[in-house]
Write a protein that binds this ligand. Structure first.
Ligand code: ZN
Length: 345
């Protein structure tokens, strides 16, 4: 089969090669990949930028090496192992990326995304940048025939992350929710979920080209980072926002606290360029009882829940690359307006 194989840091070390098609064991599923997403994770690994998945190692330890990246993807079931139940050959499927043991205390309380033995498809096993890939049966879910492949591919790393972030923020009807990085992989879904929850949604994006589609996705206001504090002040009569969502880390850290009112909640995850932030003058945080809430991806339960929302969710696609030219994507992902995908088959 054809696969985009990572041999080490640098775009030049990501090569399209012919490799052996893997065989599923008795509890695994062989997925014929239709579409794979490009997330910040792959961008950071290929470009050798710092990234943390609990380990703070850069790049994260990839297994096996050479490695097939691709944390989010969807496709058809090609073959199932002898003991796989409920999944049949030919099923259209989405994949939950988190590898979990299902037995630890975190899994038992439903928090599979912080399993004591957490791993990730695409990091601890080969991912979706190949014609075929192996997935444990616990991570494969049939999807409706009319679900868009772009949405199916985005369910785990993008949609579930946004959903989990808003769940943890406990957004209420009428809350003002400020979404930074609104045109990105997760931001575009945070805007949509916040609107569904009845919030007043402020989408923050650098590029004015994103204004129109973000409004269609549910944003009440679309502003640049340098305009957001004034806008929130004006539209809330000085009360400021109840929730801010920060997927960008240090770049908008101060602003994501500044837009909040008393008892406000900052939800943060991801981030690139730097993993370090300065918390800021502490009285600005404790003096107003601001909560800092960190999240990562989402639970298996939340992943299954978001599948039910599929008719209400939209995906903004920026570019779709052919597998043969996918290297190009890793040179430009940082300036994206919408999602990037690789068409595998
Ligand atoms: Zn566990």
């Amino acid at each position: 089969m054809k696969a985009l194989v990572y041999h080490g840091p640098g775009v030049e070390n990501l090569r399209l090669e012919e490799v052996k098609t893997p065989e599923p064991n008795s509890h695994e599923v062989l997925v014929k990949v239709k579409l794979a997403g490009i997330t910040n994770l792959e961008y950071l690994i290929v470009n050798n930028l710092p990234y943390s998945l609990f380990t703070l190692k850069s790049p994260p330890p990839l297994t096996p090496m050479p490695h097939i990246l691709g944390i989010e993807f969807s496709g058809f079931v090609e073959r199932v192992g002898d003991h796989v139940k409920g999944i049949r050959e030919g099923d259209r499927v989405a994949v939950y990326e988190v590898l979990f043991d299902g037995t630890c205390d975190m899994c038992s309380q439903g928090s599979t995304q912080i399993c004591r033995k957490v791993g990730h498809i695409g990091i601890n096993s080969n991912g979706g940048y190949a014609e075929y890939t192996i997935v444990p049966e616990t991570n494969v879910f049939p999807i409706p025939d009319d679900m868009d492949w772009g949405l199916a591919t985005s369910l785990s790393h993008s949609v579930t992350t946004a959903y989990h972030a808003l769940n943890k923020a406990n957004v209420k009807l009428g809350d003002t929710v400020v979404v930074f990085g609104a045109s990105g992989n997760v931001g575009m879904f945070a805007v949509q979920f916040a609107k569904m929850l009845g919030a007043n949604v402020v989408a923050v994006t650098r590029d004015p080209q994103n204004k129109e589609w973000l409004k269609e996705f549910g944003a009440d206001y679309v502003v640049r980072p340098d305009e957001v504090v004034e806008l929130v002040k004006k539209t809330t009569n000085g009360r400021m926002a109840e929730v801010s969502i920060n997927p960008l880390g240090v770049d908008v850290w101060d602003k994501s606290i500044e837009v909040l009112g008393p008892n406000g909640k900052l939800v943060f995850f991801g981030g690139y360029k730097s993993l370090q932030v300065t918390l800021g003058p502490l009285p600005l945080i404790y003096g107003r009882e601001i909560s800092l809430i960190s999240t990562r991806i989402g639970s298996l339960h939340e992943f299954k829940q978001v599948i039910k929302y599929y008719k209400k969710l939209k995906v903004k696609t920026w570019k779709i690359y052919e597998l043969e030219s996918a290297n190009e994507a890793f040179k430009e992902v940082l300036d994206k307006n919408g999602k990037q995908f690789i068409k595998i088959s």
